[in-house]
Design a binder for this molecule. Structure first.
Ligand code: BT5
Length: 331
């Protein structure tokens, strides 16, 4: 961070701390050891970011309202987690936060480091698919060092998808549903996606990058037409925008709680919560992946997070990864 942006952050911190009262330009300039003109410039720049700052020639400056943005300063101010968000890196526009997070992880970034972007221009889905990530959504990746064997790393996806469903459930009147493996749907359409990537040896995970995308405050008309049939946004379903910062902070708390639960209590506890939102188990599904396509009744999730499908002849097939289509009215 440059010296200028560091000072601007210091001004913001002081304004936040004194939100009820004015603080004079002189006091700010004494505290930071810079001129009053410099302080005025920092204030202008904060206003351009969306901060509403009242100024009076007699009294000084007072923060009236902070914008609803996911800047590290706004996140850190109200963050209640211990691990997730220990460091937050924010970008206006990136290709993909997962790419940046993998590179940070290779350089030894701490567990819990978060890379966020307002917009992604090369957002990634699974298997090299593209993911549409315009401004208004939440696009971020977290670096994790879970105490898990690589063979059961996909348990992290269950942690994430349960945390997402819980957050939507808590903050809105909507009914989130989980479709195996990683999708949260609302009224049958996808609102969140998860991309987990890892570097591992046979016995241990070096690092894992959990990438999460949420269609939060995006109008459906902004989506490419081919996506409008299968994707939706929380704003679209709710008919109004949702405070982004509150959503993100609640999600981090839920993620940390489930992540800790996974490592202390075990996977069965997470699957139990997953089942509260599940629309896959108990339904007729068609699952396709690189190995082909099969149809049958989804009967269970095993210890590795695989879907168990009972075929018409009674045999049970284990599906490690793939696309599940529910043979219901939605599809
Ligand atoms: C996913 O892949 O759902 C994983 C998405 C992960 C996105 C996050 S954002 C932060 C981090 N940085 C990244 O670069 N990625 C992660 P998959 O299950 O393969 O679904 C991909 C399919 O979903 C596409 O082929 C489209 O059909 C559809 N899709 C694309 N954009 C979408 C969107 N915004 N909402 C819903 N569906 C979408």
């Amino acid at each position: 961070m440059s010296r200028t942006s560091k000072r601007k952050q210091q001004v913001l911190k002081i304004l936040h701390r004194n939100q009820e009262q004015y603080i004079s330009g002189q006091e700010l300039s004494d505290k930071l050891g810079v001129s009053r003109t410099a302080i005025w410039k920092y204030i202008q720049s904060l206003r351009e970011q969306g901060y509403v700052i009242d100024s009076s020639s007699k009294l000084g400056y007072r923060l009236v309202k902070a914008p609803d943005i996911l800047s590290p300063e706004e996140i850190k101010k109200d963050l209640k987690t211990d691990i997730l968000g220990c460091k937050v890196i924010y970008h206006e526009e990136v290709e993909s936060t997962n790419l940046l997070a993998k590179s940070a992880a290779r350089q030894g970034a701490d567990e819990g480091t978060i890379i966020l972007a307002k917009e992604q221009v090369g957002g990634k889905g699974r298997l090299g698919r593209e993911y549409f990530c315009p401004a208004g959504g939440i696009w971020f990746s977290i670096i994790l060092h879970p105490d898990l064997k690589p063979t059961v790393a996909s348990r992290i996806n269950f942690v994430a998808v349960v945390a997402l469903a819980k957050t939507i459930d808590k903050l809105t009147d909507l009914t989130p549903e989980i479709k195996w493996p990683n999708d949260v749907l609302i009224n049958g359409k996808k609102v969140t996606g998860i991309l987990t990537e890892m570097s591992a040896e046979i016995e241990q995970i070096n690092y894992l990058v959990l990438g999460i995308g949420i269609n939060l405050n995006i109008g459906l008309d902004k989506f490419p037409s081919e996506l409008q049939k299968k994707a939706t946004s929380i704003q679209e379903e709710l008919g109004q925008k949702v405070p982004k910062l509150q959503f993100f902070l609640t999600l981090l708390e839920n993620l940390e709680e489930k992540y800790t639960k996974l490592q202390i209590e075990g996977f069965a506890e997470i699957v139990e919560e997953w089942e509260d939102y599940n629309i896959t188990i108990g339904n007729e599904v068609t699952v396709s992946n690189g190995e082909g396509t099969l149809s049958g009744q989804a009967v269970d999730i095993n210890d590795e997070g695989c879907l168990l499908v009972e075929l018409s002849d009674g045999t049970i097939k284990k599906v490690v990864a793939g696309e599940a289509t529910l043979n219901t009215e939605y599809n």
